[in-house]
Design a protein around this ligand. Structure first.
Ligand code: NAD
Length: 487
């Protein structure tokens, strides 16, 4: 089914880039093809922009910065609120765009869009409360004062797995702070970002305040990195590209937020509420076919509850209905492309070869193409690839542990540190684990961590900085200090 067939507002299907309020093609008119991961059918093309178009977008953002940053927080917030409302008014079309380009079920797409939209009202409010300090003076006859100012032009680079929500998570605090922004969505999923930009234009966000570029990731990213006018880069994607980008940005010393990969432990203790733990495990593991940075990657289950947990999980995994995300009966859609299927399958084969037991699935799905069977493995061990790195697929791998100390050591045995999960009813244990787990986030008896009000981010190779919360706003601001003497 083509995009134009199913959208009620066809002008949301934007196939050009946005620079300085103008929709435009690449300078040499070259394009990138975008396909539907559920059936490999072409969805359309987008411009293949490079360094020259990026320089123009940065210049447009720079030209728009003085007027945008001079608005009051209330005035900027009014634009953000209007943008949120436009998203809500177009929810169904936006959900279809998201499902067609990314593959996730429509219900998940709606959830992602509403979650993304929630960053606008939060930051519209939060920017009104960015107060400076008057510090008790350290010398007679002086006053020490601080204020926060927007950093200037910001750049946002987003991944394919949450093509909608990753953008408001960056654009809302950037614009609220008074920054202007250049956005580069992932090449496989550009249409959600372009539709969002179209809605931004409709609500009157001034030209140049938000610019969107599609195309050659290395060329656009390279120009963003070296361009001294860009003062902040917020990147969400793989650890590998994030490290490279940090190195590329070093000569121009930009502020950076890096939201990178994860390898989340999901720990279930004997005292846990089993049904609740199973529900959380399913949501955390199989949402977006396991292609989320915070999804449970290693199930560590205490020996007293291990077998009951595995039995319960097996029944639930078997019941998952796999299919095209547009079908309302679908619980789980395809993986993003054939390479992802190969990678996940290779990880399952590696685990099997090292002694894991396949209880459910473990193979390409009968639907073919990019579909993979929801899978459950037991006998997970630290030498397996499914233990060591992001699976990024619908594979739950379970191992038993005996003591809390052992579980903590296993959980921390990774270079990542994004999300972690604990199922327990022991309050003292939750406090000990909050201190012992080397992770930016821990969900205790809950697995939905991302919210506008809370600081999302990781430690170790999962990145730098936080998105959401008041911390998320300060990522786009500098602190200026004035010592006022001669008083
Ligand atoms: P990726 O690193 O391949 O790509 C991310 C973005 O970077 C895309 O827009 C891509 O086009 C761009 N890019 C690629 N090469 C670049 C370069 N040289 N310079 C600048 N930009 C470049 O990641 P992906 O495959 O799109 O996304 C999956 C990864 O993202 C996973 O590792 C996942 O864990 C991570 N992720 C993290 C979070 C988080 O909040 N921590 C959220 C979602 C996804």
């Amino acid at each position: 089914m083509s995009m134009l067939d199913i959208l009620s507002d066809k002008s949301l299907f934007r196939r050009q880039c946005l620079i300085n309020g103008q929709w435009c093609d690449a300078d040499d008119n070259s394009v990138l093809a975008v396909t539907n991961p559920a059936n490999e059918e072409p969805l359309g093309t987008v411009p293949k922009c490079g360094a020259a178009e990026t320089r123009r977008a940065v210049a447009a953002a720079s030209a728009a910065f003085p007027a945008w940053s001079a608005l009051t927080p209330l005035q900027r917030g009014a634009y953000l609120r209007a943008w949120e409302q436009a998203i809500k008014d177009n929810l169904e079309d936006l959900a279809k765009i998201l499902t067609l380009e990314e593959g996730k079920p429509l219900a998940e797409a709606r959830g992602e869009i509403l979650q993304g939209a929630s960053y606008f009202p939060w930051f519209a409010e939060e920017c009104r409360r960015v107060c400076g300090d008057v510090t008790p003076s350290f010398r007679p006859g002086t006053q020490a004062l601080t204020r926060h100012a927007p950093v200037g032009v910001a750049a946002a680079i987003t991944p394919w797995n949450f093509p909608f929500s990753m953008l408001p998570r960056k654009a809302a605090p950037a614009l609220a702070a008074g920054c202007t922004i250049v956005v580069k969505p992932a090449g496989r999923t550009p249409y959600s970002a372009l539709a969002l930009a179209e809605l931004g234009m409709r609500v009157g966000i001034p030209a140049g305040v938000i610019n969107v570029l599609t195309g050659d990731a290395a060329a656009i990213g390279g120009e963003i990195a070296v361009n001294p006018t860009v003062r902040k880069v917020s990147f969400t994607g793989s650890t590998e590209v994030g490290k490279q980008l940090a190195a590329d940005c070093a000569p121009t010393l930009k502020r950076m937020s890096l939201e990178l990969g994860g390898n989340a432990p999901f720990m279930v203790f004997d005292d846990a509420d089993l049904d609740k733990a199973l529900d959380l495990a399913m949501g955390s593991k199989f949402r977006n076919a396991g292609q989320t940075c915070i999804c449970a990657n290693r199930f560590l289950v205490q020996s007293g509850i291990h077998d009951r947990f595995v039995d319960g999980l097996a029944a639930r995994v078997k019941a998952l209905r796999v299919g095209n995300g547009l079908d309302p009966d679908t619980d789980m859609g395809p993986l993003i492309n054939a390479r992802a299927v190969e990678r996940v399958d290779a990880m399952v084969r590696d685990a099997e070869a090292k002694g894991a037991r396949l209880l459910v699935g473990g193979h390409r799905h009968a639907l073919g193409g990019n579909f993979y069977e929801p899978t459950l493995l037991t006998g997970l061990k630290p030498d397996m690839r499914v233990f060591q790195g992001e699976i990024f697929g619908p594979v739950a791998a379970v191992m038993p542990f005996v003591t809390e100390e052992e579980a903590v050591a296993l959980a921390n045995d990774t270079s990542y540190g994004l999300a972690s999960y604990v199922c327990t009813r022991d309050l003292a244990r939750t406090w000990r684990l909050f201190g012992a787990l080397q992770y930016g986030m821990v969900g205790v008896n809950d697995a939905t961590l991302a919210a506008a009000e809370t600081p999302f981010g990781g430690v170790k190779y999962s990145g730098l900085g936080r998105e959401g919360s008041s911390e998320g706003l300060l990522e786009y601001m500098e602190t200026h200090y004035m010592l006022l003497g001669g008083l």
